[in-house]
Ligand binder design. Structure first.
Ligand SMILES: *Cc1c(COP(=O)(O)O)cnc(C)c1O
Length: 311
């Protein structure tokens, strides 16, 4: 659908060849994997004749920013339910406000109820609300990354190369679920490695497995959960936690390649990939890193973030 560019990187860390698929360059709504997913959710919303969108996410959420942007572009209402933990203003949160979304703060423990209340209130006032799960999770989110996988395969045949590994930041797991489903559908031999940015196993991996099974079972296929590679060794303290090495990695990629990574998703995953490659002694391989976007986060604390590790 978007056929985002794939480019070779200059680094040859541990004697491997590295490529990057630039999902951050999707030419709409500031790019990123959330755009690829949201486009499908909004098509479904239109098909169902809905006129209001409700979703959930943190103040750093690319998903909420993209949904609020698409809603204002399409002239429909938008409600964002979010944990109210704002200490520093975040670019994504500011953009959500700028797009005029209704923001409902709530405790993490009260999310499900708050979503239901918001949907009920909208329905009572004559609206037709459409709910998108946090992060764009669900079958449409999975579908989005099946398409991305097909783009990668088309690139491989055009360039006569084969990616032995695919690495990317894994959050809710829709991106990983889509890539793994596509791999299962065509039977490609390679490692699809999700670097968890927050969740721990078994919980984190189970959610990805469930999404994969949901998709494949409908098509009469099964999935062996042992084949999933959801790596939780680089989550540090959890969502938003980072260290000096991640900041160093972001600087290195920015200086050498001119590509912005962020400390919550892509910078953490790129650092995690390097650690994984080193620890597993992976060498002489061709590796694809999928840049899942998040450009506004790169600019959050652009000056401050180099000062030290933190959250
Ligand atoms: C949401 C997000 C992810 C995680 O994607 P999932 O499909 O939720 O696993 C990775 N990178 C960026 C930049 C994101 O915004």
């Amino acid at each position: 659908m978007f056929n985002t560019p794939i480019q070779q990187l200059r680094t040859n860390y541990c004697q491997n060849n590295y490529y990057m698929k630039r999902e951050d360059l999707i030419p709409l709504y500031l790019g990123g994997n959330k755009v690829r997913k949201a486009v499908l959710f909004f098509a479904d919303l239109a098909e169902q004749g809905c006129d209001w969108v409700v979703t959930y996410g943190s103040e750093s959420s690319n998903h909420c920013r993209v949904v609020a942007n698409m809603a204002v572009a399409k002239g429909i209402g938008c409600t964002i339910i979010t944990p109210d933990d704002s200490k520093t203003p975040r670019a994504n949160r500011r953009l959500v406000e700028l797009f005029g979304a209704e923001i409902i703060p709530c405790e993490v423990s009260a999310v499900a109820g708050t979503i239901q209340d918001a949907l009920n209130t909208l329905s009572r006032s004559g609206k037709r609300p459409y709910f998108i799960p946090g992060g764009g999770h669900g079958e449409l989110g999975t579908q989005a990354y099946i398409t991305a996988y097909q783009e990668i395969c088309a690139y491989e045949s055009a360039e006569a190369i084969h990616f032995d590994y695919m690495f990317f930041a894994s959050g809710t797991g829709a991106t990983q679920a889509g890539l793994v489903c596509a791999q299962q559908l065509v039977g490609d031999v390679r490692e699809v490695v999700g670097i968890s940015i927050a969740r721990k196993n078994p919980h984190g991996g189970d959610i990805v497995t469930a999404a994969i099974e949901e998709y494949l079972q409908k098509r009469g296929l099964s999935f062996d959960a042992n084949e999933l590679n959801f790596v939780d060794d680089y989550t540090l303290g959890g969502y938003g936690h980072y260290n000096e090495e991640i900041l160093g990695t972001i600087k290195e990629v920015l200086f050498q390649e001119g590509i912005p990574l962020d400390r919550i998703y892509t910078g953490k995953a790129f650092w995690g990939m390097k650690e994984y490659v080193k620890r597993k002694r992976i060498s002489g391989k061709t590796i694809l890193f999928i840049h899942t976007g998040g450009t506004p986060i790169f600019f959050d604390n652009l000056y401050k973030q180099w000062e030290g590790a933190g959250q």
